[in-house]
Design a protein around this ligand. Structure first.
Ligand SMILES: [Zn+2]
Length: 336
């Protein structure tokens, strides 16, 4: 069976004209979202220093990790060239304001991510291949097991493990682009400048408290929940509409867990060129397609919906191993 990777492989009723409208990018909206994330981060740091205590610090780590995650989602949009028409500026601005601060580059992320789209949920999908064999991504899980994994991120160990794994995966990406040396030089200059600034302003301890700690804890915690929601647990991998999940998130879930409409992941895999601010409208229109409405895997909320789905098969006898076998079978079928 041919792998279904985007809407071209399906028979959906969205007209080319509507798709053209949804694919229109607006650099100001993207830039405003980036500015919003940075303003929230700096405001949180400022107020936490003014009213420092364990509770305000804990809240700050959650808010900053959430906004770092927001920045990472904007990096993802820029990876699909949905920020600026000029690809060089699209990448340079994203590198300086997002990817260098989160210790990677858009070029490395793009190599990994485009393969994920091309080979979705198969052995050639780098995300799938890296996650499937791990304990964190083995489902079904009880709610307690899942929440234990989620909260283990607060101790920084799991986040450090994830960060190292990502570094390894992105580091092993294909080398040799013509302008790679130039980009490496820009990246090193960026880190030297930031480090000098932090040292001379006596801000290194704030960098550790308000950047490194959220980076290794809540950022990876939110990324883990999102990754699970997107591609794992109680999905049927034999059809694109059921192998990726869209979550209708509540406003608080959107602010903390699923920034910039990232929870419309099924729509993103169908139409990767549609920027994040058009995804809710695209979803609404697709819901008028009877075939889509009937088959698409749509979950109502992370807490109210996703948590229950992840452990769905655990209630009946012996079903845990049956379900795992079914997943492996489907995986092999799709990979064949
Ligand atoms: Zn994508």
């Amino acid at each position: 069976m041919k792998a279904q990777n985007n809407a071209n492989d399906l028979d959906l009723s969205l007209s080319p004209k509507a798709l053209q409208a949804f694919s229109k990018t607006n650099a100001y909206r993207h830039a405003a979202a980036m500015l919003f994330d940075w303003v929230v981060i700096f405001a949180t740091i400022y107020y936490c220093i003014q009213f420092f205590n364990p509770l305000t610090y804990f809240l700050a780590v959650i808010i900053i990790g959430g906004r770092m995650h927001g920045l990472a989602i904007l990096m993802h949009d820029a990876t699909h060239f949905s920020f600026l028409k000029n690809q060089k500026w699209n990448d340079l601005i994203t590198d300086i304001f997002i990817t260098y601060p989160i210790f990677t580059t858009i070029a490395n992320y793009r190599q990994n991510h485009l393969r994920h789209h091309r080979h979705l949920n198969s052995e050639n999908d780098p995300d799938w291949a890296a996650k499937l064999p791990t304990q964190e991504y083995t489902f079904p899980k009880t709610k307690q097991e899942f929440l234990l994994t989620v909260f283990s991120y607060l101790f920084l160990v799991q986040g450090t493990k994830d960060a190292l794994a990502l570094l390894n995966r992105f580091g092993s990406a294909k080398k040799g682009q013509a302008d790679k040396a130039k980009r490496d030089y820009t990246r090193m200059t960026f880190y030297v400048l930031v480090f000098t600034l932090l040292t001379f302003t006596g801000s290194l301890k704030y960098f550790l408290l308000f950047w490194v700690v959220p980076f290794l804890s809540t950022l990876f915690m939110f990324q883990y929940i999102r990754s699970v929601a997107e591609h794992f647990g109680e999905l049927a991998y034999d059809h694109l509409l059921t192998s990726t999940r869209t979550v209708k998130a509540t406003w608080i879930e959107q602010f903390i867990l699923a920034p910039h409409n990232v929870s419309y992941h099924l729509e993103h895999h169908l139409y990767p060129g549609v920027p994040f601010y058009h995804l809710p409208k695209l979803h609404e229109l697709l819901m008028h397609d009877e075939g889509y409405k009937e088959k698409a895997h749509i979950t109502q909320g992370y807490v109210s919906g996703l948590l229950n789905e992840l452990g769905k098969y655990l209630d009946s006898e012996n079903c845990s191993s049956e379900h795992s076998d079914k997943m492996v079978e489907e995986y092999e079928k799709v990979s064949a």
